[in-house]
Design a protein around this ligand. Structure first.
Ligand SMILES: O=C(O)c1cc(=O)[nH]c(=O)n1[C@@H]1O[C@H](COP(=O)(O)O)[C@@H](O)[C@H]1O
Length: 241
């Protein structure tokens, strides 16, 4: 894949419900951060207007609405969301291969009709907040790692651009899915003891080392007294590698 400067591979999760707060974070991080993740809290709270505000500041968006529904519903939703020109769009691998295929078909069709680049589609594998016990409780019998790898291979075969997974599975995904398959890792912490509800975590340098293309960091930056300082520390850790 076309490689960006590795410090441009930090995605800050704007898990914030109001435009004023969100734009304050974007403006205070300034040149340090190029990608912002707009997830459910931000999108439901602010609507699509926030995407234009982020784009207006020359930043790229990771639209993380984690689509998971029947293939037709997901495909139509992908068409609707493509009009906002996000760099990335997420859906759940657990929606299955037919849903993934329908989503890719919709994005390709939109790009063909509009002559615009299509957003990269990324599939969520097993959420980083899930531990082995939670996984068994839901009813899965294979270990998390096996499930993540199985989903990643299915995504690759269906033509999905990459996956969202924990840094703990990244090296194995990279080995199985090759150098061009995107791996985005949340669950990033400079201080492992501050993991909160994240169960499968790593430091920024560790995540890059095992093959992650992009790192997602939310609360450690957004809820810090000095978001700029924390972002700079994370970037320093990424550079250290
Ligand atoms: O799809 C995601 O972005 C995602 C997948 C996953 O497995 N785990 C995960 O934490 N995320 C998101 O990544 C962000 C992590 O935020 P912090 O834990 O605050 O750094 C949140 O916005 C989550 O919604």
């Amino acid at each position: 894949m076309e490689m960006e400067n590795k410090t441009d591979r930090l995605i800050v999760a704007l898990d914030i419900p109001t435009t004023e707060q969100a734009i304050h974070v974007v403006d205070s991080l300034g040149e340090l951060v190029q990608y912002y993740k707009v997830g459910m809290e931000a999108f439901y709270g602010m609507g699509h207007a926030v995407l234009a505000q982020i784009a207006g500041r020359g930043k790229k968006t990771f639209l993380d609405l984690k689509l998971h529904d029947i293939p037709t519903t997901v495909a139509r939703t992908v068409t609707t969301l493509c009009q906002f020109s996000p760099a990335f769009l997420t859906l759940h691998a657990a929606g299955g291969s037919k849903m993934l295929k329908a989503a890719i078909g919709a994005a390709d069709e939109w790009a063909g009709k509009t002559n615009q680049p299509r957003p990269k589609l990324l599939a969520i594998t097993v959420l980083t907040s899930i531990g082995e016990r939670d996984w068994v409780e839901i009813g899965y019998q294979s270990p998390i790692r096996e499930s993540v790898l199985r989903m990643s291979v299915m995504c690759k075969e269906e033509g999905v651009d990459g996956v969202v997974a924990s840094p703990r599975e990244a090296a194995a995904i990279r080995a199985l899915c090759g150098p061009d398959f995107l791996i985005v890792t949340p669950g990033i912490r400079l201080l492992p003891e501050e993991h909160g509800d994240q169960m499968r975590t790593a430091t920024p340098a560790q995540a890059l080392k095992v093959g992650a293309n992009y790192l997602v960091v939310g609360r450690p930056i957004v809820e810090a007294d000095n978001p700029r300082k924390v972002a700079a520390n994370i970037i320093a850790d990424m550079k250290y590698l």
